[in-house]
Design a protein around this ligand. Structure first.
Ligand SMILES: Cc1ncc(COP(=O)(O)O)c(C=O)c1O
Length: 346
């Protein structure tokens, strides 16, 4: 039985057409800024986001890390959502490598308000408080099940941050999912903030790579920080060529993943899993297993037995992700397999 892999959009495989772009790519030494394919991808990204410059990095984690290093100094405070990827899943780089401390605020579906940011701001008393330096927004929000920040929400919190001499960074690993879901352009988010990381290696199906965008001064600083953390790459056009293909061919198809996620969510809810359908806005689905009398680990084990793979998120939560390579038929097949497995269980 062929497994249906709904664990993450990081499991997407590059298409043959995407791989073929690597063979055709013009290459050079990117540390010396001489790789024409990297330069082309960076120019494309900057244009799409309406920024002066862009920088290719190996991963989303490195993009976020480099952004923090460029914006912050040791002892600065970063305000971010309590379930943010940068806090939760990036091995504490924020503290271990940047020397910054996180100040967490609990959002609703990953989104927090200007009032909450206002409360989190430190009074201007350098004798006691760490300086509030960076506000971070995650769009779409991973642990909130792919929920989106709207451009107006980004604008409101960013204005407050800027009024208080802070910078704003978006972890936009899945920003194109937000763009498709909200019918917005990348510029609609970017015009309110100072920097943004997006991933080529998730829904856009590239094997590797993320891009950091911002103004020239920020990107120049980030290029140095990228080198410092070991992200200076040589003939990186082999990474950039699939990235160019992805920006040209893989963005609008994300709608298919969103439609499949809705179909899957409705089916899972029919099987008794707890799902807040309004939070299924993009390609991620969070489901609660308590209603069917299983722990999250038991549910993942049951799925594995019938070849339906998904991740546990702890506390009775499991996560399903739709992506390139998962068809409508796969969704129906996954639901049928889970239905049979659950019937046998009860
Ligand atoms: C919201 C978010 N930010 C950042 C990352 C990190 O990306 P990478 O795995 O490329 O380091 C991820 C990865 O899943 C993510 O979901």
């Amino acid at each position: 039985m062929k497994p249906i892999d709904l664990r993450s959009d990081t499991f997407t495989l590059p298409s043959r057409e995407m791989l073929e772009t690597i063979m055709e790519a013009d290459l050079g030494d990117d540390v010396e800024r001489e790789d024409p394919t990297v330069n082309r991808l960076q120019d494309m990204a900057a244009k799409r986001f309406g920024t002066e410059a862009a920088l290719l990095v190996p991963s989303g984690t490195m993009g976020n890390l480099v952004a923090m290093l460029s914006h912050c100094k040791r002892g600065d405070e970063i305000i971010l959502e309590a379930d943010a990827h940068m806090y939760y899943y990036e091995v504490g780089g924020m503290s271990a490598l940047v020397g910054a401390i996180p100040h967490l605020i609990k959002g609703k579906n990953g989104v927090f308000t200007p009032e909450q940011v206002q409360t989190a701001l430190r009074p201007g008393d350098p004798l006691h408080y760490p300086p509030s330096r960076l506000l971070e927004i995650e769009n779409t929000h991973n642990r909130a099940g792919g929920c989106c920040w709207r451009p107006s929400q980004v604008k409101d919190v960013s204005r407050l941050a800027h009024d208080n001499d802070m910078r704003v960074h978006i972890d936009g690993a899945r920003i194109f999912n937000a763009c498709i879901a909200l019918d917005a352009s990348p510029k609609d988010f970017m015009r309110h903030v100072d920097s943004l990381t997006f991933c080529l290696s998730k829904g856009l199906s590239c094997p590797i790579g993320s891009i950091l965008v911002g103004n020239e001064e920020f990107i120049d600083k980030s290029r140095i920080n990228r080198k410092m953390v070991g992200g200076g790459m040589r003939q990186a056009g082999v990474i950039a060529a699939p990235g160019i293909y992805a920006l040209e061919n893989m963005v609008t198809r994300l709608k298919e993943d969103h439609d499949n996620a809705k179909r899957l969510a409705v089916g899972l809810a029919d099987l008794g899993l707890g799902i807040e359908i309004t939070t299924v806005q993009t390609n991620l689905i969070l489901a609660d297993t308590a209603g069917i009398g299983l722990t999250e680990e038991e549910m993942v084990g049951l799925g594995r037995k019938v070849g339906v793979l998904f991740f546990t998120m702890g506390h009775n939560k499991v996560r399903f992700v739709t992506h390139y390579g998962i068809t409508k038929q796969d969704v129906d097949e996954a639901l049928a397999r889970l239905e049979t497995a659950l019937e046998k269980k009860h």
